[in-house]
Structures are given as C-alpha cells and as structure tokens.
Design a protein around this ligand. Sequence first.
Ligand SMILES: Nc1ncnc2c1ncn2[C@@H]1O[C@H](COP(=O)(O)OP(=O)(O)OP(=O)(O)O)[C@@H](O)[C@H]1O
Ligand SMILES: [Mg+2]
Length: 250
Amino acid sequence: MKIAVTGKGGSGKSTVSGALARQLARLGHDVVAIDADPNPNLGISLGVDRELVESMRPILNSLLDAGHTHNDPTPPADALLADYGVDAPDGVRLVATGKIERPSGSCLCCGSHNTTRQFFGELPAEDRVVLADLEAGLNDLIWAAPGPDDVVLAVTEGSAKSVEIARRACSLAEEMGVKRIIGIANRTISDDDVARISQELGVEMHTIPEDPAIEKADEQGVAAFDANPSSPAMMAVGALASRLRPSPGP
Ligand SMILES: Nc1ncnc2c1ncn2[C@@H]1O[C@H](COP(=O)(O)OP(=O)(O)OP(=O)(O)O)[C@@H](O)[C@H]1O
Ligand SMILES: [Mg+2]
C-alpha cells in the first residue's frame, strides 16, 4: 500500500505521517517513510534521534555530491533506500528526497520532486507500506503521481485556505484515478468544524482533534507519538492506521 500525505503548509502532514508510520509499523507492517519536503523534518515526528536526523543525507544531495547530474540514470529506489535511508523506531525506514543546504544559481526542487516520483512510483508496496510526507501545496502531489491502488490523505486544519487546498488536492487525486481519498480534518474542535470540512471536501473523512500534547511535544522537539501515545490526537491516528490497514493476503 502506498499513502501520499498532502495539504497546505502547517496543516499537520508531518505530525500525521510520523505517527501513522509508527502505528502501522506496530500493527506489523514493513513501513518506508519518505520525507519529500526540501526542508526535511519528518525524522523528528517519527522519533528519530535528533543527531541522526541532522546527519542523514537526502538522496538528491548525496547523488549530486557523488558527481551525478540530472541527466544521469539514477540507481534503483531499493538500492538508494538501503544506502541513504536511516532506521527509525519500530522498524520504520526513513529516507529524505532532497534538502536545500546552500545558495545556488539553480533550484534543487525539480530533482527533489523527481526523486519523490521515483520513490513513490518505483518502490514495491505489495507487502509493505510506502508513506510519503509531501511538500506543502499541490505540486508535489502531481510529482508523486499516486494511482488507483494508492491512498491520498488530504490533511487540513479548519482555516478556509487550508480547506481549499485540501479540496483541490482531493479533486486532483480523483483526476489521477485515486480510488481512496481520505480528508483528514486535523485540529478540529467541534462537530461543526468536521461537518463543514467534510462538506467542502466531499470525500471519506477522518478526524484528529486539537491536542495540546502535540504542541508540547513539538516545543520539546520530540515525536508526539513518543511523548504521549495515548493522547487524543495520537489515538485518532491509531484509529486511522486501523482503517487503512491493508487486508491480509489470501
Ligand atoms: N492535532 C493537533 N493538535 C495540536 N497541534 C497540532 C496538531 N497537529 C499539528 N499540530 C501543530 O501544528 C504545527 C504544524 O504541524 P506539522 O509540522 O505536522 O505540519 P506540516 O503540514 O507538516 O507543515 P509543513 O508544511 O511546514 O511541513 C506544529 O506546530 C504541530 O505541533
Ligand atoms: Mg511537514
């Protein structure tokens, strides 16, 4: 199963991705987490040691350092995962696609998006979960190019701008043929919130409440899942993992 997590900046994509990856791993799945943000920080939400997060080399940066150009064929995704991935708690394997590190005359992002596309498209996911925490906005969703068998989570908090981006993400995903699109109403404080967001998105919904434990964990720079795995938001992510859980094979 492949899961693309998309939405506006600050809507909660990394918080949800990190906790969901951990919960799915605890349910017994082999999980690969892709940090597709050029300012990668999924490692923190996953509970990876801060020093390891800071020392990890994203794929694109590593390839460029090794003299690769955009025109060179890239090694297979599984080989890159083995070489440049790091181990996160509960057996999750984390890989970052690219990171902006210094000023440059040209932009890194096409290469980073391309790496996202390669990883999301190429990694076999018959017997594992590949979860991509995408860059904010809609561009990276197009690059990840999820298909009919994939799941798209459109994360939004309650603001009209955030809901509008999630709505557009849902309609893009639908156009790409994705059959399972789930709107994640994050930081909700009332049933009215959920009803309003659900009406705007017009897709299957899952609700994650506003939870002070998350902000507290973020202030301390630790994963919300490690700080308080039974906080209301973390319990809601656990319920999402159970909903998403691929059915056992024949
Ligand atoms: N359910 C929640 N309750 C309270 N705070 C939350 C919740 N979800 C996320 N947050 C807070 O919202 C902020 C943004 O969360 P997060 O970094 O996961 O968003 P993001 O979509 O990944 O952002 P970016 O686009 O910058 O990568 C964080 O400070 C986090 O603590
Ligand atoms: Mg993020």
